[in-house]
Design a protein around this ligand. Structure first.
Ligand code: OAD
Length: 249
């Protein structure tokens, strides 16, 4: 079901049309309609009994590298099979409508770039890349390496996905760029994120402090909802295309 055009507040349409600079933060909710489960959703099948919060940590990898690698291999397969949905596509369209646009994503699935977004900052890395768990450099696994996990061709240590785990710091420069984008924008969107994980969760508040219009898109309440100027209830795949259509026709 599409969001009716009448549900898009006129004042928001005006704010979008006047905006010179838009920043967007996305979380796993935007990829839900592409069939990639959100981070905190119940896992399915074989993985149902594992808590992602206990797999996405350096300690889990230390304890059981095989288990963690296999979990990511499963998620990687889901991502490979998935395609960008109308929510991703609407954001790529939005980027073409404003002079300055920055897309900050906590997602590791690369679907924004596949949808055509260009200015994307991947705050939590990208699941399709691997890196050496010791040297912290990007590595292509050797084709004949059947290890689980495979090993670094340079030093022999295990490879791991190039994603940020709980307790790890964000990629160099990514956070600074994200805060700059939040400070400089006229309109800030928070889309499909529960807003529970710092530091990404504070970006909307930083934007608000600097006077930006903050818009949340989420079917459920989050800690941001009561502070946002607009809380658009619904799925990203319905709300975002409607918003772009109404604002830019
Ligand atoms: P969560 O799983 O915490 O939250 C997903 C959010 O998406 C929830 O608020 C849902 O209500 C919302 N949602 C679900 N379906 C939606 C839809 N169709 N359209 C719009 N919103 C929808 O995922 P994140 O907020 O992304 O970090 O989690 C943030 C970070 O927590 C992840 O990047 C990951 C995890 O720790 C690391 O791994 C470091």
């Amino acid at each position: 079901m599409e969001m009716p055009a009448t549900d898009v507040p006129e004042s928001l349409v005006t704010a979008l049309r006047n905006a010179r600079n838009i920043a967007v933060l996305t979380g796993s909710g935007i990829s839900a309609e592409s069939g990639v489960p959100t981070f905190r959703d119940a896992q399915t099948g074989l993985w149902a009994r594992y808590d992602p919060m206990e797999l996405a940590t350096p300690e889990a990898f230390e304890r059981d590298p095989r288990l963690v690698w296999e979990w990511y291999a499963w998620r990687r397969e889901l991502v490979e099979k998935a395609a960008p949905n109308p929510g991703h596509e609407a954001l790529a369209e939005l980027e073409s409508r404003v002079p300055d646009f920055e897309l900050l994503t906590q997602n590791v699935d690369g679907l924004h770039r596949r949808a055509g977004s260009r200015n994307v900052i991947e705050l939590h890395g990208n699941i399709m890349r691997s890196k050496c768990s010791v040297e912290d450099v990007l590595v292509e696994p050797r084709e004949d390496d059947t290890g689980v996990p495979p090993s670094c061709p340079g030093c022999g240590a295990f490879l791991r996905p190039d994603v940020v785990w709980f307790g790890e710091i964000l990629p160099a420069g990514a956070l600074e760029k994200a805060f700059d984008a939040a400070r400089d924008c006229d309109v800030f969107f928070s889309i499909g994120t529960s807003g529970l994980v710092q530091p990404a969760a504070s970006l909307a508040f930083e934007a608000m402090r600097q006077g930006a219009v903050v818009v949340e898109v989420n079917p459920d309440d989050t800690p941001l909802t009561r502070h946002a100027e607009y809380a658009l209830r619904g799925s990203a795949g319905e709300v975002l295309p409607a918003l772009v259509r109404v604002a830019y026709g």
